[in-house]
Design a protein around this ligand. Structure first.
Ligand code: GLU
Length: 543
């Protein structure tokens, strides 16, 4: 067979040579050891937590080595294309603070190694597809869907591996150039297949996360180009990651089984194989059993879930780093204030047996993250979230900006800051009491009417808004005692029959009157943020 003639027949429009294309993608000018990586999500409309998970690894590896991370849109699957999905993806990545150095952006491409959308790279793939045909390593295959089904049935019956290889590839491999030409003239659809000639060897790939992976060499005549000329993942991966000079391919473990095809492509082209990093599947504990997160059952698989719940981006990152590197938590304890960028992220500390997504843990991390923020940072993050998800609350914040900031400052700073705020959504509930518009009483005072009225009467009569907090507390103690409550809770515990209760009960009355609930920050500070008028008004309701 004259492969040059076959290549010309199959790709009449390709005029560029591989060398022409290579010249447009020179080696990158980066420091020694710099990692170049990417995420290559498919825009299906559904953005996965896994997309962010891989992006976090890539971002850390790239930026900690002086390298770069780029965003490549893998939109070769027409059937799965969804309107607006690319924008959704780009927005989600930017919302969660992934800093791409180049790649697809909302306003087109940014960078010299594009186009960064595979749908715009068809001409490039065809140059290399043509080269494979010229080398005798690829051929057109006209098998129909029915023929392929029949082959699969036969393979199942014979307990053989599925796919087109060996004797199953014979029919297509043995077509003459004249037969190919006449098939094409008759308009028969064809795909381009790789000619897999395994010698029965094993390949060994040193996965940066999993260590040595040994697998049989590729023996499949796998598809390179589909009948519409669009490449398969396998072919696009090899061509793109070579040209874009990716040093590390970070992707889900579901790709491990296709590694022999990828290794084969890099070998046949004589390209430097990237370092493969196959990440663990995201799992959850379901009634004590670990199982894969499912798109259908688990809302937390969608990145949008964290956005809607208002789990701040720092907490999501922090959580991902915790499940990604086994020593992250230890480092965080030792360095509570340090930015996560100072953590020395290492691939060999990654688990490969399934990463557990534990929402309780994430929320707990979120509490710590918010408790370490300044009031202004909390204000900004929360306000931005409300702007999108709770416009009524956003309006309230805008109506009382100073009070809001002062309220967020209560219990903040110091060695043990309060951990009341968990998510931006929960903050809207927790912060209700700071505004008359949303204030409601939810907890019970647990004190009889008589005593309660007497307490508030005395309290208001002696309340000195301008006094010191020590004087104020002395006053509370005096009223507590006068009304027959124990000033020391342990006295009440010892002799409950001698008292009506303890100072815990009297201060609770104040807390509930001011905030509507028993769990609230410091009463004195709250009164001062609310101001004397609101304080007196809320307390007098109980008389
Ligand atoms: N488009 C592939 C996916 O979404 C990308 C895998 C890769 O990063 O190579 O799984």
């Amino acid at each position: 067979m004259d492969y040059t003639a076959l290549a010309a027949l199959l790709f009449p429009d390709v005029t560029d040579t591989p060398a022409d294309v290579e010249a447009r993608y020179p080696a990158r000018d980066l420091p020694e050891g710099a990692v170049v990586t990417r995420i290559g999500p498919s825009p299906t409309g559904f953005v996965h937590l896994g997309n962010l998970y891989n992006a976090v690894i890539g971002e850390r590896l790239a930026h900690q080595s002086g390298g770069i991370i780029f965003l490549r849109i893998e939109d070769t699957d027409d059937k799965r294309r969804v309107e607006g999905a690319v924008e959704t993806l780009i927005n989600a990545m930017s919302y969660f603070g992934v800093r791409f150095d180049e790649g697809a952006t909302a306003d087109g491409d940014n960078g010299a190694y594009g186009p960064y959308r595979q749908s715009e790279r068809k001409a490039i793939y065809h140059v290399f597809a043509k080269q494979l045909v010229e080398m005798g390593k690829a051929y057109p295959c006209f098998l129909t869907a029915e023929e392929i089904d029949a082959i699969r049935e036969q393979q199942t019956a014979n307990k053989e591996n599925p796919g087109i290889y060996g004797k199953y590839a014979e029919k297509s491999r043995s077509l003459t150039i004249d037969q190919i030409r006449s098939n094409m003239e008759a308009g028969l659809p064809w795909v381009l297949r790789y000619r897999g000639d395994s010698t029965g060897q094993y390949i060994c790939v040193d996965d940066a996360i999993r260590g040595k992976l040994e697998m049989p060499e590729n023996d499949m005549d796998f598809v390179l180009l589909k009948s519409d000329g669009i490449p398969t993942y396998h072919f696009a991966h090899a061509v793109d990651d070579h040209l874009m000079r990716t040093t590390h391919v970070i992707r889900g473990e579901e790709w491990i089984s296709s590694l022999p095809m990828h290794v084969e492509l890099f070998r046949i082209f004589g390209w430097q194989q990237p370092v493969y990093c196959h990440t663990a599947t995201l799992m959850k504990l379901d009634e004590g059993n670990k199982r894969k997160l499912s798109k259908r059952k688990d809302p937390e698989l969608a990145l949008a879930y964290y956005q809607q719940e208002g789990i701040c981006r720092e907490a999501v990152w922090e959580f991902l780093l915790t499940i990604l590197n086994s020593n992250y938590e230890e480092w965080r304890l030792a360095n509570p204030e340090a930015p996560y960028t100072e953590f020395p992220y290492a691939l060999d500390k990654m688990s490969h047996s399934g990463a557990l997504v534990d929402l309780d843990k994430m929320r707990d991390i979120a509490k710590n993250v918010i408790s370490r923020m300044t009031a202004q940072q909390v204000y900004d993050g929360w306000r931005a979230w409300c702007g999108e998800y709770d416009p009524e609350f956003a309006a309230l914040i805008d109506k009382y900006p100073e009070r809001t900031l002062a309220a967020l400052n209560v219990g903040r700073g110091g060695a043990k800051p309060r951990r009341d705020l968990e998510t931006w959504k929960q903050a809207c509930d927790f912060m209700r009491f700071w505004y008359d518009e949303t204030f409601t009483v939810t907890d019970e005072m647990g004190v009889d009417d008589e005593t309660r009225k007497a307490f508030f009467r005395k309290y208001l009569a002696s309340y000195d808004h301008g006094g010191t907090s020590d004087d104020w507390f002395a006053g509370v103690k005096a009223i507590t005692e006068e009304l027959g409550f124990a000033v020391k809770p342990k006295d009440y515990k010892k002799n409950p029959e001698q008292y009506k209760g303890s100072i815990v009960h009297t201060t609770n009355m104040l807390r509930i009157a001011l905030t509507g609930r028993a769990n609230a920050p410091d009463i004195w500070e709250i009164s001062h943020v609310l101001g004397e008028e609101i304080t007196r008004e809320r307390l007098s309701r109980w008389i």
